[in-house]
Design a protein around this ligand. Structure first.
Ligand code: NAP
Length: 641
């Protein structure tokens, strides 16, 4: 039995039947069907009328499309099965194999899931034993740069593998972007049960956690794993240089302190350095003017005239959060965005759903697995450009065109009665061409009397106004720059020099990062990148899943370094070149490279630098095991080969 399934048996002790019955009224029924089948082994639950409908878009589909009578039968049977399990009846299908699992997932999500998902899901759900390799006793030393989502994960997994490490963090606490971004409305737009480490579930208060709760989660994980004692806070790294003689790295902080380690892992993310646009007059503004990631703690926007520059994910959250406080908000929109919705976006989880997750861990696992299909790879196939498609301006294939119709209807419905806003808000590029957003009350905010949408870029800023490219001038007291991040300048501003002494930025060029698996670069031995080039998720899903793939791969390499007495390990140039070729080839057929597309995934030369061109399941497979044939290796100095 899996570890989590086994925990289920131990932790349901004391379950109260009436309490459970009440909790089941809040259950997501498609999830419950999968639980029911696994507990009872009765195939009836995988057949009609118990097969749920497919989720529409990002909706949770809690009712599964069942009528009341069927829903009641599912809940009643689940109550009996859970109580029986609690009383000692063994789970009928404790460790489904991958084929069986795919059948169950396909029923739970209401559509056929490709067979290759089975192995990944079996591991995520704990039905196959996780790899818990531990290095032999060793003196390998690692410096991790950054204590955000990836750096914390690296520290946890290095510790589990028995590899000593120090984390250097520029901030005064953990959390990275979640520590820094405190703007009103900040939160995830990936469901929190998916945007969690696979090994650290939480009783989330809402389906989409807001910033404080996400940060608290990360802080709690840090405490549970005693991470803070291995993190040096307020320690910003300036340079990292490889010393081939020593087979290791010298890391220098901005304060001039020098530290050495055999290995460096960067965990500095891609959304780390605010991008402040070069707008003429920006410095001359008299009032507060700041980037969303640098929100002033004591800012009072009551009755203020506020400009918001930008309409990406950050603006999407800021505007609805401040609209009722400000005197007037003017949004400067260079490009409109495609926006989706979720029926549970604003919904609290509630005590019942959390009770259910708590006493039936299997329910929690299935709940996450359904989300992982609905939010991860489901849309990937619809993002491939059909060269025969006759409407390449508006969409890239028939499915993408259907998405366009759905999202268009959504915008028209949300902005009903405001043809002026509909005209300004409908994008002229294909959906998914920029990162999709989840509606945080954006359109409702736009319709307010105290909000104005200017569908134009900003051309200049004066001491007390913002001037749009159409010449209109708006007097404001505060300017909020929701203008995104320096996503292409990976590792900036750290100066990283490899074996040849050349800087990684010179090797990459100013905005053209590339790395084998997004993780490792020739000429940079014993150096690993998390959230590296080509690994951000443009098609959806949780970045934490990708971070778990990367950290697992890196730790696998490090265990090999220890076990095989490797002193220096460096990606082969031809291996990286071939990977980059395939990466670019895959992107050339995808939406983000489509003619005229402008997004933060692509650099000025048009190459997609940021996003993963493959499905998550493909990347999971690619990073599952490190293949030492991909590397050039040297034995540890002073040790015979
Ligand atoms: P972004 O998506 O890069 O959006 C930046 C916005 O600023 C765009 O609308 C862009 O317009 C506009 N802009 C940039 N320079 C401009 C200029 N000179 N004049 C006028 N407009 C300008 O940045 P973001 O909203 O901070 O989001 C970045 C990423 O962070 C997201 O894609 C997401 O991955 C992550 N994020 C996630 C969440 C969440 O989970 N809910 C929240 C916030 C951020 P164009 O579109 O025309 O370039």
């Amino acid at each position: 039995m899996s570890t989590d399934a086994a925990t289920a048996a131990e932790t349901v002790d004391g379950v109260d039947r009436d309490r459970l019955a009440r909790a089941l009224t809040a259950a997501n029924l498609p999830t419950l069907v999968a639980v029911l089948y696994q507990l009872t082994g009765d195939r009836t639950w995988l057949t009609d009328p118990y097969r749920p409908t497919r989720s529409r878009g990002m909706d949770n589909n809690d009712t599964g499309g069942f009528d009341d009578a069927v829903a009641d039968r599912i809940r009643a049977a689940a109550l009996d099965a859970i109580c029986a399990f609690h009383e000692g009846t063994p789970m009928a299908v404790p460790s489904p194999d991958s084929e069986h699992l795919v059948e169950m997932i396909s029923v739970a999500v209401g559509e056929q899931v490709p067979p290759e998902f089975g192995v990944m899901v079996a591991e995520d759900m704990g039905f196959t034993a996780p790899d818990t390799s531990v290095a032999a006793p060793n003196d390998l030393s690692v410096i991790v740069i950054g204590a955000g989502v990836s750096g914390m994960l690296a520290a946890i997994k290095l510790h589990e593998a028995g590899i000593s490490h120090t984390v250097l963090e520029k901030n005064s606490d953990v959390g990275g972007g979640w520590f820094e971004n405190t703007y009103p409305g900040a939160g995830v737009d990936t469901p929190s049960h998916l945007y969690s480490y696979s090994f650290a579930p939480r009783a989330w208060s809402t389906h989409f956690g807001k910033r404080d709760e996400v940060w608290q989660y990360l802080s709690d994980v840090a405490s549970e794993h005693d991470l803070r004692q291995r993190i040096r806070f307020d320690t910003e790294v300036a340079t990292a240089e490889y010393d081939a003689q020593r087979q290791g790295w010298t890391v220098t902080t901005v304060d001039g302190e020098m530290l050495t380690a055999d290995v460096v892992i960067t965990a500095t993310g891609q959304l780390n350095r605010p991008k402040v646009p070069h707008i003429p007059g920006l410095e001359s503004f008299d009032g507060p003017i700041f980037h969303t990631a640098n929100w002033p703690a004591d800012l009072d926007l009551t009755d203020k005239r506020v400009a918001i520059v930008g309409t990406g994910a950050s603006a999407m959250q800021v505007l609805p959060a401040i609209a009722s406080t400000v005197g007037h908000a003017t949004v400067f929109q260079r490009s409109p965005q495609w926006v989706s919705s979720s029926d549970v976006y604003f919904t609290e989880m509630g005590d019942d759903a959390n009770y259910l997750m708590d006493v039936v861990p299997l329910y929690r696992l299935w709940y996450r697995t359904r989300l992982a299909w609905n939010f991860n790879d489901r849309v990937h196939s619809s993002l491939q450009v059909d060269p025969e498609w006759e409407h390449p301006q508006r969409s890239i294939n028939p499915m993408n065109d259907a998405h366009r119709r759905v999202f268009t209807r959504y915008i028209e419905r949300e902005l009903e009665g405001r043809p002026d806003l509909i005209e300004k808000s409908l994008p002229d590029y294909p959906p998914f061409g920029k990162r999709m957003l989840l509606d945080n009350g954006w359109y409702a905010a736009l319709k307010r009397d105290n909000v104005t949408l200017i569908a134009d870029a900003v051309s200049s800023i004066t001491a007390n106004s913002v001037v749009a490219q159409n010449g209109s001038e708006t007097e404001v007291d505060v300017v909020i720059l929701a203008t995104g991040f320096e996503t292409h300048k990976l590792l900036t501003p750290i100066e990283v020099r490899g074996r040849s002494g050349e800087s990684i930025r010179d090797i990459w060029g100013p905005e053209d990062a590339h790395a084998y698996l997004g993780i490792t670069v020739p000429d940079f031995p014993n150096f690993f990148i998390t959230c590296g080039p080509g690994t951000v998720l443009g098609h959806g899903g949780s970045y934490i899943t990708i971070a778990e793939c990367q950290v697992r791969y890196i730790v696998d390499v490090l265990i090999d370094m220890v076990d095989k007495r490797i002193g220096a390990i460096e990606c082969k140039a031809d291996v990286e070149a071939e990977y980059v070729r395939k990466h670019d080839e895959a992107h050339a057929k995808m939406i983000w490279s489509h003619g005229g597309m402008d997004n933060w995934y692509r650099n000025d030369a048009g190459r997609v630098v940021s996003t993963l061109p493959w499905r998550i399941v493909d990347y999971w497979e690619m990073t599952r095991r490190a293949d030492l044939d991909d590397f050039v290796m040297e034995p540890r100095r002073g040790e015979a080969r």
